[in-house]
Design a protein around this ligand. Structure first.
Ligand code: F6R
Length: 369
């Protein structure tokens, strides 16, 4: 059932083109409009929403953080992302015009379920983005958008993460369409770009040998840092979490802009630092800023492992290692840039002789608060 792979995690990493493809399937009607039939929530309510709060835990919360950039950009609705266990206990300001989006692979995470109930008690409507049919969170939510990643067995979440981002993007596009804002005419283009992602994810997977080789060489590292900006920031957090949970290596993700506000003091000779570089065709000066962050850490002795777009030569002088991902619109890059980080953690944990599917102290679904 592992499909010839040594672990479920490795199989599930390889399932990702399919997970994204299945999640996109059947979402367009004959007129080319996005349809989310399962989303049985009153359209007038979705039109009147004035705030979105995404609640989730762990990897699912990072999917929410990625989606926030897209939802705010496309819908112009203020969007917050909060860890479910923090949301629940801070007396959050939530009412009938708040749309709460609960993201959960298992649909059974107690922290997220309690936050869902709390939001509903305050009058908010809850949309669940979930991978497990008929589980508790989608049953209690007002509406459900299923990710169709297929069952995820490994404790560390991989394909569910990519499917969660995909589903949250569909929700964002649907809201943009419904509310008739300026992005509604671009929905077809963005969807076509999303539909091109499975093949691009496959290209990243096809190049996994280079990542695996480095992972094996780095198996005795004591600490690894990850930097990103914009959507690359939650990708950095996810890369660090994967390494902590299955390889038991101290790892931390930072917003690259935060470096000079403290974390740069950690950098000394030989410190490995992953950097997720945004597309050079992206907006603003984001790309240049990240390239200068690579320079800064490299100048202080870091070993830089850079994830950059195919053809982006600006990183070559400062990177000890470069992993290439196909060109994609800035907001879609997390679906590619995350994959080498998953492969890296999985291979490194395997090289240390750990059971990558069943890391110590962890359970697949956390059904206690
Ligand atoms: C990390 C991981 C966890 C889960 C988190 C939420 O690899 O698997 O951080 O993402 O426990 O679980 P779900 O999505 O089932 O609510």
């Amino acid at each position: 059932e592992k499909g010839g792979f040594p672990s479920f995690m490795e199989k599930e990493i390889h399932d990702q083109p399919m997970a994204v493809e299945q999640t996109l399937l059947g979402r367009l009607d004959e007129k080319g409009n996005l349809t989310l039939d399962e989303l049985k929530i009153d359209e007038s309510l979705l039109r009147s929403v004035d705030k979105i709060i995404v609640i989730a835990c762990g990897t699912a919360s990072y999917a929410g953080q990625v989606a926030r950039y897209a939802i705010e950009h496309w819908c112009r609705i203020p969007t917050e992302v909060e860890l479910a266990h923090e949301f629940r206990y801070r007396d959050p300001i939530v009412d009938e015009r708040t749309l709460v989006v609960a993201i959960s692979q298992s649909g059974e995470t107690m922290d997220t379920l309690m936050a869902v109930r709390h939001a509903q008690e305050q009058g908010a409507k809850v949309v669940a983005i979930c991978n497990t049919n008929g589980s508790t969170i989608p049953r209690e939510a007002d509406a459900v958008l299923y990710t169709h990643a297929g069952p995820e067995i490994a404790v560390a979440s991989t394909k569910a993460f990519l499917a969660q981002i995909t589903a949250a993007y569909l929700l964002g596009l649907y809201l943009a369409q419904l509310r008739g804002n300026k992005f509604k005419d671009e929905i077809g283009t963005i969807l076509a770009e999303l539909e091109a992602m499975p093949a691009k994810i496959q290209t990243v997977i096809d190049n996994e040998d280079q990542v695996k080789e480095l992972a094996r060489a780095m198996k005795d590292e004591g600490s690894v840092l990850f930097l990103g900006r914009h959507v690359g920031y939650p990708v950095a957090l996810e890369g660090a979490l994967k390494l902590k949970e299955i390889a038991y290596i101290h790892a931390e993700g930072f917003a690259a802009g935060e470096l000079k506000h403290g974390p740069i003091a950690l950098i000394d000779e030989g410190q490995p630092v992953f950097v997720i570089v945004p597309s050079p065709r992206g907006r603003d000066s984001l790309h240049a800023k990240v390239v200068s962050n690579i320079q800064e850490v490299r100048a202080r002795g870091a070993v830089t492992i850079v994830i950059a777009e195919e053809g982006d030569e600006s990183v070559s002088d400062y990177a000890n290692h470069v992993f290439r991902v196909p060109a994609a619109p800035a907001l879609l890059q997390p679906l590619l840039a995350t994959v080498p980080l998953q492969i890296f953690a999985c291979e490194l944990a395997g090289a240390k002789g750990y059971d990558v599917d069943q890391p110590r102290n962890l359970a697949k679904s956390v059904t206690v608060e």
